[in-house]
Design a protein around this ligand. Structure first.
Ligand code: 5GP
Length: 209
């Protein structure tokens, strides 16, 4: 277990370098349960704001345009890119474009609202790279599965991808798991309740809540 794993106390959270609150960037491999943990966090703590990404992938049943994602065409995505509307973009699982709209992030950070990006590893790295130029400080959080086998089971149980899509996602997941060490905090998703509560501890510590 990594030394920077967050336990139920928040004492392992690295301290702030300045008084500015850090942008929370939450990453984890496919099917680790980021969305479920994030939903639980929002249910318990509605004061947290989670950025709504743009994506060119098709909506899944139950997903709402403008809430889950901004579902856009390739052309619309390219237009947003050329107008520098994104904080970061990435092609995820070699399949679709995803991007974090920049202005809403800056607006929420300015108001001191706890702000979370739930994005993939490439995106998390780009945000870290760009943060200084935007005057942002980043606190990166990695949501890890209890084991790789656990991910395989979760992805199959979700049943939203075909076999080829699952194979691609698991390939990506192997690479992403190896990056755990780059993160400020690691939270193991053993149960949704515990993981969401640890994530809240990190946010509360950071935002003085
Ligand atoms: P899904 O298609 O399952 O909703 O998301 C696939 C992956 O894309 C997840 O790892 C999710 O965190 C990531 N993702 C969602 N939005 C963004 C974004 O704006 N930027 C990046 N880089 N990744 C994103």
């Amino acid at each position: 277990m990594p030394t920077n794993t967050a336990d139920s106390s928040s004492s392992t959270v690295p301290s702030r370098s300045s008084s500015a609150r850090r942008l929370i960037v939450l990453t984890g491999p496919t099917a680790v349960g980021k969305g479920t943990v994030e939903a639980k966090l929002r249910q318990d703590h509605p004061e947290v704001w989670v950025s709504v990404s743009a994506t060119t992938r098709d909506p899944r049943p139950g997903e709402v345009d403008g809430q889950t994602y901004l579902f856009v065409t390739e052309g619309e995505f390219e237009a947003m890119e050329s107008e520098n509307k994104f904080l970061e973009t990435a092609v995820v699982h070699n399949m679709a474009h995803y991007g974090t709209p920049l202005q809403p992030v800056l607006d929420h950070m300015e108001k001191n609202i706890p702000t979370i990006l739930e994005i993939d590893l490439q995106g998390a790295r780009r945000v870290k790279e760009r943060a200084p130029e935007l005057g942002l400080d980043v606190l990166s959080v990695f949501l890890a599965p209890p084991s790789f086998e656990d991910l395989v089971t979760r992805l199959a149980a979700r049943g939203t991808e075909n076999e080829e899509q699952r194979r691609k996602r698991l390939e990506t997941a192997r690479v992403e798991l190896a990056a755990e060490k780059e993160f400020d905090v690691v939270i193991v998703n053993d149960t949704v309740e515990k993981a969401a509560s640890r994530l809240w501890d990190v946010i509360a510590e950071e935002y003085g809540l």
